[in-house]
Design a protein around this ligand. Structure first.
Ligand code: FAD
Length: 402
């Protein structure tokens, strides 16, 4: 008996923020598109991310970040409209961690913040705050504080909202993956139903790889050369306890010394995610060593907070990007060969920009587009679990550090 086969315009591999935005865009344009996910949606980077919708200031402060700041400066306005439900995709149900961020440093930053905003024509300019406008945790003497209209979203909530909207187009693939072959001008991808073992063939002219660190292996399956991707690791810190809500960056010279974002866990506890230079330096540290280092760094950057009772945990994550010899890429990247588009958003904030650019490369076929993609049942992928919800042992610095 012939295996069931469906023909579509575009098949997407990987359901992180990039794949979901791309699927949404293709669907809006009327293309027949499906997305394959081999694990849980957002597993890898999106669920690990801090959810800041960057507008460029962080890049401008960092040496060599000028071009990144130009490309990213439109993103906060774009997202703000989506998050308010005023433009597509409607993200008004996404949980917002904060409507803006803070940037803080010692006195010398006052003029620099204003100068950078003007020079870059940043859409989101830092607004230096008087003493009485500052949050309590930033009232320390000698700190210059600015507010930045960069929103912070809950990445898990974003994944949930997008996947709910696109549910009938998301397919979970079985361990062992898929088989790829070429049929006429199209790609044929054969997979097995992870619950029933039944086979399915999907035929598509365009294939989009938005699988993050999975892109490298997928490229091999599609017969493409390696060395198109790079990994830049991070070792992040989580802090849990009686903490204030902090979302922002402490800048030190040309570095973001710490970036802190705040969420709430299943038990209602406040959790900080701490990244920035701390997470870059932490790559070569063992978890306990990083916890002791983080405790000192937080004492220096948010000195008003008593962290003696707070619990710490670390997690490792990896930024998967286009190969740029280990340097941070400046923009989104799409490498298209023979209908296979290898894509990296570079930043979560860039996902709408990437989706727009990918959709422009899809070649929809009016005949193929008539096939129905919702006429079969298939297991759907779950959304990935954030690191602070996993079963792990948290420690206080007092227990670990002398
Ligand atoms: C710790 C950390 C903090 C960050 N903070 C921010 C921030 O605050 N703001 C910001 O703008 N950016 C941030 N980023 C960057 C941002 O998270 C990434 O650029 C973005 O999430 C990448 O999304 P993606 O969809 O390309 O990849 P991913 O989120 O990694 O998704 C890839 C998906 O593909 C799936 N997959 C893998 N292999 C296969 C396969 N063979 N078949 C099918 N599916 C597959 C995975 O399971 C996963 O669901 C951060 C990154 C990290 C690591």
């Amino acid at each position: 008996m012939a295996q069931p086969t469906i023909q579509i315009d575009c098949l997407i591999f990987g359901g992180g923020v990039a794949g979901l935005f791309t699927l949404n865009k293709c669907t809006e344009l009327g293309y027949q598109a499906l997305l394959l996910e081999s694990n849980a949606l957002g597993h890898g980077q999106t669920i690990d991310s801090q959810g800041i919708i960057h507008g460029g200031l962080k890049y401008e402060i960092t040496k060599g970040g000028h071009e990144s700041a130009v490309a990213i400066r439109e993103m906060p306005t774009l997202w703000r409209r989506s998050l308010a439900g005023e433009s597509s995709p409607n993200l008004s149900d996404v949980h917002l961690r904060a409507d803006n961020c803070y940037v803080w440093k010692t006195k010398s930053l006052t003029s620099r913040l204003g100068f950078l905003g003007a020079k870059m024509a940043l859409r989101v300019k830092p607004e230096v705050l008087d003493d009485e406008e500052r949050p309590d945790w930033l009232k320390s003497e000698g700190f210059t504080v600015a507010r930045l209209a960069e929103q912070v979203i809950e990445p898990r909530s974003l994944l949930e909202v997008l996947s709910k909207k696109l549910e009938d187009k998301l397919l979970l693939t079985a361990p062992g993956g898929v088989e790829v072959s070429k049929e006429d001008e199209c790609w044929k991808v054969s997979l097995l139903n992870p619950q029933t073992g039944e086979p399915l063939n999907i035929i598509a002219k365009d294939v989009v790889l938005t699988a993050g660190s999975g892109n490298e292996t997928l490229r091999n399956q599609f017969g493409l050369t390696a060395q198109a991707t790079q990994s830049r690791p991070l070792h992040m810190v989580l802090v849990r306890g009686n903490l204030p809500t902090i979302n922002g960056h402490c800048i030190d010279g040309a570095k973001t010394r710490v970036t802190i974002t705040t969420t709430t866990d299943y038990a209602g506890r406040t959790v900080w995610q701490v990244g920035g230079q701390l997470a870059e330096d932490g790559v070569n540290m063992e978890p306990n060593q990083l916890i002791c280092h983080a405790s000192k760094e937080l004492h220096a950057t948010v000195p008003s907070i008593d962290l003696s009772q707070a619990e710490f945990l670390t997690y490792r994550s990896t930024r998967a990007e286009q190969f740029t010899k280990g340097k941070r890429p400046q923009d989104v990247s799409i490498d298209s060969v023979d209908g296979v588009h290898t894509c990296f958003p570079t930043k979560l904030a860039f996902a709408p920009r990437l989706a727009e650019a990918i959709a422009a490369r899809i070649r929809p076929d009016s005949v193929l587009s008539e096939s129905k993609t919702s006429e079969f049942t298939w297991p759907r992928p779950m959304v990935a679990l954030p690191q602070w919800e996993t079963d792990a042992i948290w420690n206080t610095p007092e227990e670990l550090c002398t």
